[in-house]
Ligand binder design. Sequence first.
Ligand SMILES: C[S@@+](CC[C@H](N)C(=O)[O-])C[C@H]1O[C@@H](n2cnc3c(N)ncnc32)[C@H](O)[C@@H]1O
Length: 513
Amino acid sequence: MNDWTDGYFTSSTYTYGYYRELNPVYQRFCLLARGFRPPEIGPGSAHCELGFGQGVSINIHAATSPGQYVGTDFNPSHAAQANEMATAAKSGGRFYDDSFEEMLDRSDLPQFDSISLHGIWSWISPENQGHVVEFARRFLKPGGVLYNSYNCFPGWAPASPMRELFVLYDKYAPSGAATFQRVEAALKFTERMLAAHPRYAESVPAVKDVFEKARQRDHDYLAHEYFNRDWICPYFTDVVEILQPAKLDFACTAFLMDFMDKLNLSQEAIDFLGTIENPVMREQARDYFVNRQFRKDYFVRGLRPLPAGERTQKLLETRYVLTTTEDISSSFKVMAGDAAFPDEIYQPVVEYLRSQDYAPKDFQDFGAVHPEVSPENVVKTLITLVSRNLVAPCQDVAAEKAAKPRCDALNAFFCERAKSAGEIPYLASPLTGGAVEIGPHEQLFLAVYRQKKRNAAALAQAVWDVFSRRGQKLVTPDRGKLETPEENIAELTKLAGDFLQKNLPVLKMTHIF
Ligand SMILES: C[S@@+](CC[C@H](N)C(=O)[O-])C[C@H]1O[C@@H](n2cnc3c(N)ncnc32)[C@H](O)[C@@H]1O
């Protein structure tokens, strides 16, 4: 009997995901962009993640950033996996299998600059939420950041009865212990019900679309998302109130595009929101305008606004790097539709980032070269580029240098793992403090490339040797499984060519290679 689970779905382990919102470098950028003073990152910093799942994010950050990393996830398989990565990286990360309640009693914890929880809050009981708040009250430094993400109303309003149906079916018509069967049975039941046109689906037409999207997700993901005993879908203001005993003030969301009202809201909406004085009420009302379904919030223990000049200066002093070599358009999609920046502002910033062979750079001297682009417009452009994941803010040179050996070791672990399981599709960048997403074949190519095999044919042959030792064959979307060695080597050569042309430059730009 799993009595440590507290109603949490533990029949399967969680997926291997990386989330940049937990990266202290990204957190600092968001707070600065919003005009608040962030905690300074340095060797004396300490960071904590509660409910780290497979521990990909926390391990990447423990390898890339200075300071201590501590985390917990009460699933011992998760904690074991996380510790295996920390040992490989020699990052010193300490990852426990304590429950949130048990963490409160630890006497070996530092005061943290950040406490982060991603994908936790909506899936734990009010009692466990209380333990999280108490943890922040005891262990977050004044000025420290709490990152919390959760499902929310009003965006979830149409689909929450559908989620309830999954759980009710699982409870009243159990279909065995295996995760796949349980999820599949509930999905099939719901599919049949929707086909029989219940009035619910007719009055909420969006539900069919939500169901179709859920149908396409991995069963393990769905199990954790929908099958927990607890599923709490709050309004933003509920969370603000619950966090008050830990003295936490709402700072901003981690969706950087939220900072660009003109790109996301109609003038009517901006005018309406402008009439609301209380910032919490304004943020709550904004959720109605964007019909928010999931929030990613930064709270600070003692919010300190930065004077405008200091904010701009700090953002211009920060180093940035492009994370793509592809063309970047000044027009892009936002929630409200299409948005466009004037080319004469956007493109000089992009070109500057491309200069000197994509080397990371700050924007302190940019004004001398491009006096026509104001510092405020540089900052706005950078915010949209980071939001679009085309640019990443970087950490300082000393932090990067110290992180490099840890990142190399963790990346070697990820690449080695691709030989057998291929489940962790990321590499850690000592420059950005974050991850670059990459497939298992590309991880294998990188491991071989490091051994000085540097053309597509040599990379393909070396990876084919790995495949044939373990009896693996490539499966392509159009031709299915490739049976002969010749077919496999030809396809691998094509993939290796893409790796050399597309992935490798990005790995070099982000100082992974
Ligand atoms: C939905 S997963 C999210 C994992 C990870 N943060 C991510 O986004 O990839 C939630 C995690 O929280 C852990 N968890 C749930 N309740 C917990 C508790 N009371 N104490 C410690 N860990 C808990 C689960 O084991 C699970 O790994």
